[in-house]
Structures are given as C-alpha cells and as structure tokens.
Design a binder for this molecule. Structure first.
Ligand code: FMN
Length: 369
C-alpha cells in the first residue's frame, strides 16, 4: 500500500512542524553488502547471493540443509506461505526457482556448476509440505563459463514506483525476452491490461482476508524493518513522520474507511496502472517443476532488466487462485492468449523508473537448518 511513499527529505507534520527524518533500516539491508572475502564453502558463498532473490511478499521461506561436502537440500519454511493470496503455494514455489537460479549464477562465478534435482521426493500437491523442494549438488568444473547476470544480483530491485510512459526500446525488450519471457508494448493489449491490473489489485485490497494477509506483514518504519527484515517494508521520511504522529499503523491500514487505507489504495492503483510495457511467463501446465522454471526465468529477466537500467514490478493479483479473483484470472489468461490448461505464472510491468532502495533480508545464518 503506502509502500509507494517515497517523498524525500522533509515531512510536514502536525502544526506545521518540519522534521527531517533520515533514519533508514541498517541491519535489514546488510545482506546486500557482500563481504569481499567469500566464505570458504562455495555453497555458503552462493546462498549469500541467493537470499537476495525476488520472492512473494518477501517472506524468504528458504530453509537450507548442508549435506556432506557438496550438497544442499532446500525446503520450505511452511509457516512463511501465503494461504489467502497463494492458496496452492504456486507463487512461493516460483520464489524457490528465483532462489535456486541466483545460487546457480553465484556458484558459476567461482567455477562451480550446480546440478539441481527438483522435488527429489516427488511433487507435493495441492500444497507444499516438509519434503525437499530441491537438492543441489555443487561441482567444480574447469573452464566453466560465468554468467554475466551475476553483476546485477545486488543491484536488482522490485520497483513499485510509477514508470516513464515511454516504453523500453525494442532492442532492450528483445534482450529481456531472450531470458525466457514474453514481452509486449502492444497498445491495444496494454489498454486492456491496465484496468485489469488496477481492478485485480482493488479486489485484493478490498477483500478483507486477502488484504489482512498483507497488513499483518507490513513493517512500518526503520525500527520495525530492522526487527523483522521481511514482509512489506514501508520506509522513508514521509512514512516515518506519519508514523511518529500516529497517522499510520497496521490497524488504520486494515480499516477501509481510514485515510491511510484510502491514500495507500490510490498509490497502488497508480503504480499498477503505470505499464509502459509488459513481460509474462506462461507454462504449458502448472506442475511444481514448471513453477520452479518460471522463477528461474523471472529472476533472469529481472537481472537482465537491471543490467539494462530497467525497472520491473510483478502484477500478480489477477493470477491468484481464490474465488473473488476468478473473473480477473479468466480474463488475464484470455488476454495473453493462453492455450487451454496453460498457466500464466508471472506478469510484470517493465520500464524506466526512479531508483529505489533494497528490500530487507534476514541474514543467511537464519536460513541454515
Ligand atoms: C512469484 C512472485 C510474485 C510477486 N508478486 C508481486 C506483486 O504482485 N506485487 C509486488 O509488488 N511485488 C511482487 N513480487 C515481488 C516481491 O514482493 C519482492 O521480490 C520482495 O518484496 C523482495 O523485494 P526485492 O525483489 O526488491 O528484493 C513478487 C515476487 C515473486 C517471486
């Protein structure tokens, strides 16, 4: 919601008092500062990059068990799923695909290939369970080719700001598409997608149980973000100022009649409608392996966009599988021309946007089991 607030510098509060509030999260963004001395164990080296992967609601559900000298078993922290907006753990699984791809790219930088066995104990359906999501085996390969996307890992962001109306160039979009996504600047498609994305976001925000799932995960201001470096981080001087005078908290955000709720809804509607170009990922079916692969492709597209100076922002609401969203779900699949049985796994806007700060992360140690 109010996540879009980004006014810099001075917040005018109460009886005209001007406060400069410059405090930012500190420990929450420390994982983005990569220590130039890498850990001796290549697996830990790779995973300190992998935890920077895009993932739904920034829940960071990755549990890592190091086995022997060359293997890691990855499981889902089942408490970190999103049962209302992601009832079948589809998006959470995509967020494992992004994590594994970043681990793979980072390991290659050190000359290691990663052999990935997805769901080694079979695919959990209809929801994830305690069985592993993947087994990763790291092996040194002489002369292994490095991946140029490595350079973008710490600069990549999810950017929820309003973008320039001018779309990226055809050459830029071709380069992003080469990572395994479809791109479009078709005016007729965008003209239909904008109200659909805004409408789907409005449905999510005005459906109490889906909205409360997000509200519970809001971290408002630097102190909350440092204490719980996950979820949806609202930061910046304006927000800190509003918080200081009691004009924004989780209770108000949960209340559709409050100012905080209404201005937040206006902001997310503005950003969801700001679509100079689209990218999407469709899979022929909806298996867990296809979901992981969608994450791999999304991570690569996001990193490629970063290298090109482009911003990206998923618009996942219409893709979600709960009853109130069913009309938007059907419409978005029809709009992108999905074949029967095919599943739209990711939809995102792409364009030029202002710079945004990194999202919080728990330190790597907290993921090790
Ligand atoms: C499957 C998936 C779905 C996502 N859907 C949304 C979305 O609908 N809206 C949004 O703002 N961000 C979405 N995100 C982005 C995450 O919120 C973001 O990755 C997370 O907050 C961490 O921020 P970062 O990407 O800047 O590191 C999605 C990410 C993934 C992997």
């Amino acid at each position: 919601m109010i996540l879009g607030v980004s006014a810099a510098g001075v917040a005018l509060i109460g009886g005209g008092t001007a406060w400069r509030v410059t405090r930012n999260p500190v420990s929450a963004v420390a994982p983005w500062q990569i220590d130039p001395t890498p850990p001796a164990d290549v697996r830990l080296d790779a995973f300190r990059y992998a935890i920077l992967a895009p993932n739904p609601h920034n829940r960071q559900p990755w549990l890592i068990e190091l086995v022997g000298r060359d293997t890691a078993v990855i499981r889902c922290d089942l408490a970190k799923r999103l049962p209302e907006t992601d009832p079948y753990d589809r998006q959470i699984t995509i967020g494992f695909g992004t994590f594994i791809e970043l681990a793979r790219i980072a390991a290659a930088e050190r000359g290691y290939a990663v052999a990935v066995t997805p769901f080694p104990a079979d695919e959990p359906q209809p929801r994830l369970d305690a069985r592993p999501v993947a087994k990763l085996v790291f092996r040194k390969i002489p002369g292994l080719v490095r991946d140029p996307l490595f350079a973008a890992i710490t600069a990549r962001r999810t950017n929820r700001e309003v973008y320039d109306a001018t779309p990226p160039s055809a050459v830029q979009l071709r380069d992003v598409a080469a990572e395994g996504v479809t791109t479009s600047t078709d005016p007729a498609l965008l003209a239909q997608m904008r109200p659909l994305a805004v409408g789907a976001m409005t449905t999510e925000v005005t459906t109490p149980r889906t909205w409360l799932e997000s509200v519970r995960l809001f971290r408002i201001g630097h102190a909350e973000i440092d204490a719980n470096p996950d979820g949806l981080a609202g930061r910046g001087p304006l927000l800190e100022g509003l918080q200081a005078v009691g004009m924004i908290d989780r209770q108000q955000l949960a209340d559709p009649t409050s100012m905080a709720f209404k201005s937040g809804l206006d902001q997310v509607r503005a950003s969801c409608g700001s679509i100079p170009a689209l990218i999407w990922i469709v899979t022929p079916g909806n298996s867990r392996v296809e979901q992981l692969d969608a994450g791999r492709r999304y991570a690569r597209a996001n990193l490629r966009a970063t290298l090109l100076g482009l911003a990206m922002h998923p618009l996942s609401q219409a893709l979600q599988e709960y009853p109130e969203m069913a009309p938007a779900f059907a419409k978005v699949h029809a709009l992108i021309g999905a074949a029967p049985g095919a599943r739209l796994q990711m939809l995102a806007r792409i364009g030029k946007g202002p710079t945004v700060p990194p999202a919080p992360r728990w330190p790597l140690e907290t993921h090790l089991t």
